[in-house]
Design a protein around this ligand. Structure first.
Ligand SMILES: C[S@@+](CC[C@H](N)C(=O)[O-])C[C@H]1O[C@@H](n2cnc3c(N)ncnc32)[C@H](O)[C@@H]1O
Length: 403
């Protein structure tokens, strides 16, 4: 899998409006005096209460997710200036402003409004959203809530994900080493192999992951790993997930290079090795290099393996709903929802190679995502597959008609 940046997505007006409504409901329940305190602190020192350092990468990603590629940041439209004046916390030079009508279009057609369109529609253009260059911390008490901009003159909030809070608040040192708690105590369970005494807090080289993970075990708030129609296991949303939500922050099971890989994999502690061997259950491939080819992520100049992220299947083109990026400062893989996702949907990444033939050539599987051109027997034969290999993928010769 190739490392990719978080994909730029357009957030639509409905989602923003929903966020506003949700936040208003929360604000309505808050003690007004508390609220005044928080608001005063936030607005008197805009930009000072920025996200803590460890979330900087994700903040950039979130800003990108909430910005619209159709909208230019250097837009000198007078409406932008009007919107700038609307918020004291906004830097006019970095404003993003666009039309909600453009955002709600799902047919992908043009977003502009021509001169001869009715006044009422032109008027609608003023209802843009503004993304603040620096999100402002509004409520740190429960879920961290940041005001990320305004929509239709009202504040738009982003609830910083629990996963990210865990990143800073729930890093435990256990007898088994340093662990991140993702979403519940389950990830702190010891690995299955209790005889494994090699991993120490000092080694810091691997995170044993959900050592006791059972099939369909819901170890995480946002998704579970279970058998997939695409092949082997896959990740499925257990709840509705909104766009931009960080659903997984995970340390590598093993971080190495292609050159050192064989050596490093053999020195893994037994429990980590067991997890490594269990990857890519589809083929039950039993040893190192084949597993490597099917599961490694490019993480900068290195390659990384992840107990959980490596369970995410692929789907082609724009049909993948989760993006991934490696935070090389903190050495964690961050998975983030690219769209609003309904509970029960399979969560997929785009492995980033471009076509079903390239997927076969690089990772050795015939893609079943349904969005790409399906490979034929001829395709496989052209890439060197023998009869047995074709049969494995159900691409056998049609039987000749008997005369
Ligand atoms: C990184 S692993 C994903 C998790 C894997 N399904 C498992 O059980 O561990 C990649 C492997 O999953 C399977 N896979 C992923 N996406 C697929 C797709 N779109 N169609 C068919 N198989 C897929 C292939 O066997 C591939 O080698």
């Amino acid at each position: 899998m190739q490392s990719t940046k978080i994909t730029r997505s357009v957030i639509n007006a409905n989602t923003l409006a929903k966020a506003v409504a949700e936040m208003e409901a929360i604000l309505a329940q808050m003690d007004p005096s508390d609220l005044e305190d928080v608001m005063t602190t936030s607005t008197t020192s805009p930009g000072e209460q920025l996200l803590p350092d460890h979330t900087i990468d994700s903040r950039a990603a979130a800003q990108e997710l909430f910005s619209d590629p159709e909208c230019s940041t250097s837009d000198s439209d007078p409406d932008s200036t009007a919107l700038a004046a609307e918020s004291e916390n906004t830097d006019a030079t970095t404003l993003t402003k666009c039309s909600p009508s453009a955002n709600t279009r799902e047919d992908g057609e043009g977003s502009g409004v021509s001169d001869d369109e009715p006044e009422a529609k032109k008027e609608k253009l003023k209802l843009g959203y503004v993304i603040f260059p620096k999100p402002i911390l509004v409520d740190a008490s429960k879920e961290r809530t940041y005001q990320i901009g305004t929509f239709d003159g009202k504040p738009v909030y982003h609830y910083w994900s629990r996963a990210e809070q865990f990143l800073s608040n729930f890093e435990y040192t256990t007898p088994l080493g340093r662990r991140f708690l993702f979403d519940g105590p389950d990830s702190l369970l010891p690995p299955q192999d209790k005889t494994d005494t090699n991993h120490t807090p000092q080694s810091g080289r691997w995170w044993p992951g959900p050592g006791n993970m059972k099939k369909n075990f819901n170890f995480q708030r946002y998704f579970t790993i279970r058998p997939s129609k695409l092949g082997g296991m896959g990740a499925y949303a257990t709840t509705d997930i909104e766009i931009g939500r960080v659903i997984l922050v995970e340390r590598p099971l093993l971080l190495t290079t292609h050159a050192k890989f064989l050596n490093d994999v053999q020195t893994l502690p037994p429990a980590a090795l067991a997890i490594y061997k269990s990857l890519d259950g589809n083929h039950f491939s039993d040893w190192a290099t084949e597993i490597k080819n099917r599961n490694c992520f490019d993480v900068g100049p290195k390659i990384g393996f992840f107990a959980i992220a490596s369970r995410f299947n692929h789907s082609c083109g724009h049909t993948s709903n989760v993006s991934y990026s490696y935070d090389s400062t903190r050495k964690v893989m961050v998975l983030c929802a690219k769209d609003d996702i309904e509970a029960g949907t399979e969560l997929t990444l785009d492995y980033g190679v471009g076509s079903s033939a390239a997927l076969y050539a690089m990772y050795g599987f015939v893609c079943r995502c349904g969005a790409c051109r399906p490979l034929t027997r001829q395709d496989l034969v052209a890439m060197g597959a023998d009869r047995k290999e074709c049969a494995r993928w159900g691409l056998v010769n049609q039987r000749k008609m008997a005369w």
